[in-house]
Ligand binder design. Structure first.
Ligand code: AGP
Length: 613
């Protein structure tokens, strides 16, 4: 997965492209590059490492050229084929062509062999370079640029967002999309292209989201569009996102800002979606479920990573509220197993980005056989366009690779979905729904209160930050939170951590416990779970572990005896405990990572939106 930008107009393209790449750096950051069109010539500059390295090159050259380039394309890469070297960085050039690509060309080896036979000499190890050579070869045969670009796309198998420049047709950027996002932005006498909205926001709010099979010939004043060879028009949309929401807002890292955004975005996600007076859940976007809800016999939740943890919580909502058997599956596993479901099954894909390839693949497998629903944060994302229905979370742009606020909005959206299904199936009275909703409206304030535990979390992080292994334990709805706490710590601090159901620990992981192993126990107020988890905690304490308890339970003397530190968050309701108990875990991961000096927002080897298998 990579970040792509393009500009054609009358302004200096360089700062526009570099600014766009900066906004997209979360999509890939092992190398970057630009192709600028100046006076009919194309200049390509590439650098390995973060975007700062590319910027340095341009800073060194400042003043070398009098005429600013008014057209260009840029790329920030996350390697799939070929190491992160300068030669493998985009744009790739071949003859008249400069081209950038996000995606994977599956038939690149056969294309490369055939092009080599025709005399093409390859410089990189990438799949992308075949597209550049193929396009140039077609141009050399005398084809007009748009037609050559069309034929190149037809020859390629796989996923792509391509941007290409032909030296002989300055003023045009050729764009194509298949299974990889790309958006066009319109200005006055200028056009923009980007993989994602934040890169466009400083320049325009008028966007066109391209669909699979779309090809665009973009110039300053005009955008020609076709889909699989047929000229089309696509609706221009107005983006309402505030550009400041895509900035760090004064925090040291996007991750911390996003943790602190949670009261706001959880409120945004529930606002206007229910009536406290009647207990009705108002989700008109799920109209197709109103009648189908009665006949549903099974729900399958699919996702990856943090979104998969949200699904584990979703299972509780759907089974407890709507009384429908519910399974949770990793999207990458689900898509390659026999699909033994029918029209009475609802398959729900949960994804922040809406672009995760495995989750997209899962929804594609289910499409046509079962009812499909996406719970997603990005309007118009690929998963949303494939699913029969979409329930949007309103977390706003999540920039940090480690997902925090998206997770909380997924939990609350899945709770609303559980209540909606319960209402439509007639298995929960209006009074019961009302009492749950009455607690739900207090969640934003409770999150704000939970965020105040940061000083205690910092103290705990100080005592644990040198540990090399962590264990996170929880029962019931706190088990997914244990998994999520461990994942967050692994992702950004590179410390090994495991999440385990507290009751399962005695069947193996207990062997790992000694005084060097911090154990984080997530303990909710629920009487049965509290008592049972407390017994497990005693087992851990007896083996010398350092114990940090995160709880929403009232003060308990026993707890003080077995725990080294206790962090308390407000209690709202049994269903919403996990959302609040997760907040100190997000902060713990963040502060341990900061203390260990890692790159919190751009952790090594990870990318925000995983559009490869
Ligand atoms: C979370 O911190 C991760 N970086 C990752 O697990 C993520 O949740 C996963 O890749 C799924 O992404 P999605 O929600 O955009 O589909």
């Amino acid at each position: 997965m990579c970040g792509i930008v393009g500009y054609v107009g009358s302004k200096d393209a360089l700062p526009i492209l570099l600014g766009g790449l900066e906004a997209l750096e979360y999509r890939g950051y092992d190398s970057s590059g630009l192709a600028l069109v100046r006076g009919g010539a194309v200049e390509v500059t590439r650098a390995t490492g973060k975007l700062a390295e590319l910027k340095k090159l341009f800073a060194q050259r400042a003043g070398d050229t009098k005429e600013p380039a008014t057209q260009g394309i840029g790329h920030t890469r996350w390697a799939t084929h070929g190491r992160p070297t300068e030669t493998n960085a985009h744009p790739h050039s071949a003859g008249r062509v400069s081209l950038i690509h996000n995606g994977i060309i599956e038939n690149y080896l056969e294309l490369r062999a055939s092009l080599e036979k025709q005399g093409c000499v390859f410089k990189s190890e990438t799949d992308t370079e075949v597209a550049a050579h193929l396009l140039n070869t077609l141009l050399e045969k005398g084809l007009e640029t748009r037609e050559a670009f069309r034929q190149m796309c037809q020859a390629v198998r796989g996923s792509y967002a391509f941007l290409a420049i032909d030296q002989k047709t300055p003023g045009h950027i050729y764009v194509a999309k298949n299974s990889t996002p790309i958006i066009l932005g319109r200005g006055e006498g200028e056009s923009f292209i980007a993989s994602d909205i934040p890169a466009l926001l400083p320049h325009t709010r008028r966007i066109i989201v391209l669909e699979d099979g779309d090809l665009a010939d973009v110039s300053a004043d005009f955008i020609y569009l076709e889909n699989r060879g047929t000229p089309i028009e696509r609706r221009e949309e107005q983006v309402t996102w505030d550009p400041i929401t895509a900035q760090k807002g004064g925090f040291k890292h996007f991750m911390l800002k996003e943790i602190f955004d949670q009261a706001q975005v959880v409120g945004d996600t529930i606002r206007g979606r229910f009536s406290i007076e009647t207990g009705a859940i108002m989700l008109p976007e799920l109209a197709a479920l109103e009648t189908a809800a009665q006949r549903l016999r099974r729900v399958v939740l699919v996702a990856c990573g943090t979104a998969w943890h949200a699904c584990l919580e979703g299972k509780f909502f759907i089974e407890n509220f709507a009384k429908i058997p519910c399974e949770v599956d990793y999207a990458s596993e689900f898509r390659y197993r026999p699909q033994l479901f029918d029209a009475d099954t609802l398959v729900i894909a949960v994804s922040q980005s809406g672009e995760t390839l495995d989750t997209l693949g899962a929804i594609e497998c289910a499409k046509g056989k079962a009812l499909t629903l996406a719970v997603c944060n990005v309007v118009g994302a690929s998963i949303c366009r494939r699913a029969d229905m979409v329930l949007y979370t309103h977390a706003g742009p999540e920039i940090s690779v480690a997902s925090t606020k998206a997770f909380s909005t997924q939990l609350i959206a899945l709770e609303l979905l559980g209540l909606f299904l319960a209402e439509k199936r007639g298995v929960m009275s209006a009074d019961q729904r009302r009492s749950i909703l009455e607690m739900m409206i207090h969640v934003p304030a409770a999150i704000s209160a939970a965020l105040k535990v940061e000083p205690q979390v910092i103290a705990a992080a100080k005592s644990f930050c040198t540990a090399r292994d962590f264990l996170f334990l929880g029962r019931g709805t706190c088990y997914p939170i244990a998994l999520e706490g461990a994942l967050k710590l692994k992702e950004i601090s590179y410390i090994h951590a495991e999440g385990y159901p507290a009751g399962e620990m005695k069947h193996g992981p207990i062997a790992l416990i000694d005084e060097r192993m911090p154990v984080v126990v997530i303990l909710q107020r629920d009487k049965l779970l509290f008592e049972k988890t407390l017994s497990n905690l005693k087992e851990v304490e007896a083996r010398g572990a350092k114990v940090l308890v995160i709880t929403d339970a009232a003060d308990d003397k026993t707890l003080g005896v077995v725990a080294d530190s206790i962090i308390r968050v407000p209690y709202v309701s049994p269903e919403l405990s996990p959302l609040l108990l997760n907040i100190p875990l997000q902060m713990l991961a963040y502060h341990v990572a900061v203390m260990n000096g890692t790159d919190v927002d751009l952790p090594r080897n990870l990318a925000k939106s995983v559009t490869v298998e």
